[in-house]
Ligand binder design. Structure first.
Ligand code: ADP
Ligand code: MG
Ligand code: MG
Length: 249
């Protein structure tokens, strides 16, 4: 489903990704673990289509199509979702307005009819109830005054409503507190489905105590250095990344 082939990415004259290859199959939850500064966030931004990265070689195929030429919104229309993209507060924008705009933008770019308000409200209420997002939160401006955990809940609600084929979660360097971890993990676990894949990117093993990955990939030096099953995460927790950093690039 998601196939990354020999991806080379630079920012300015600095090479960040150096021949990264990875395959994530339908329904698979793949974890990418690696030391700080190795290019994990860069990888998620490049997949999502953020500007400012120079892709010098390689392909990112979503269901066989190279998406690197597409705009971010076209990628989103094809089912890519990068979580934690919008952690900012948007004081003027009502949460419901934002959610409806996001869903309808996706539908328009897919050539689907826009959702009418009653249908939209029904979907939001159902998803919100499932994910523990209160009606009161939905009435506030987007993310305004939300706690860290509430922001994550809102992100997971967005992800549920947009129903991605590939969801990418990049754990921020500041890390999530234990409640936020639970929220994110429960949300992801509830969204696991045979036709939906996840790329869970993390520096620490603890997120994987909650989201059980099918595969674990060690990223270092701008590439995937090793792939295995969930046991690889435990080994990394014990040994750290010492076996992978400093190897010839
Ligand atoms: P990780 O998420 O694994 O911690 P990042 O992808 O954030 O790694 O960063 C990888 C490396 O690329 C770091 O050394 C970082 O400083 C550098 N880097 C990332 N983005 C930029 C940028 N826009 N300009 C310059 N250097 C960058
Ligand atoms: Mg970092
Ligand atoms: Mg990062």
């Amino acid at each position: 489903m998601l196939v990354i082939k020999n991806l080379h990415v630079s920012v300015g004259d600095r090479k960040i990704l150096k021949g990264l290859s990875l395959t994530v199959r339908d329904g698979e939850v793949a974890a990418i673990m690696g030391p700080n500064g190795t290019g994990k966030s860069t990888l998620s931004y490049v997949i999502a289509g953020r500007e400012g990265y120079d892709i010098t070689e390689g392909e990112v195929l979503l269901n066989g199509e190279n998406i690197l030429e597409l705009d971010p919104h076209e990628r989103a229309a094809k089912g890519l979702f990068l979580a934690f993209q919008y952690p900012v507060e948007i004081p003027g924008v009502a949460t419901m307005t934002f959610l409806k705009a996001a869903m309808n933008a996706q539908r328009r770019s897919r050539g689907e009819e826009e959702l009418q308000t009653p249908d939209f409200m029904k979907r939001v209420r159902e998803a919100a109830a499932k994910l523990g997002v209160s009606q009161e939160m939905l009435r506030r401006p987007l993310n305004s005054g939300f706690s860290g955990g509430e922001k994550k809940r809102m992100e997971v609600l967005q992800m549920a409503l947009l129903a991605p084929t590939v969801g990418i979660l990049d754990e921020t360097d500041s890390g999530l507190d234990i409640d936020a971890l639970r929220v994110v993990s429960e949300g992801v676990n509830a969204l696991r489905a045979p036709e939906r894949s996840f790329l869970v990117i993390t520096h620490y093993q603890r997120l994987l105590d909650y989201i059980k990955p099918d595969t674990v990939h060690v990223m270092a030096n701008g590439r995937i250095m090793r792939s295995g099953g969930p046991e690889l995460a435990l080994e990394l927790e014990e040994r750290g990344y010492q076996d992978y950093v400093g190897e010839a690039a």
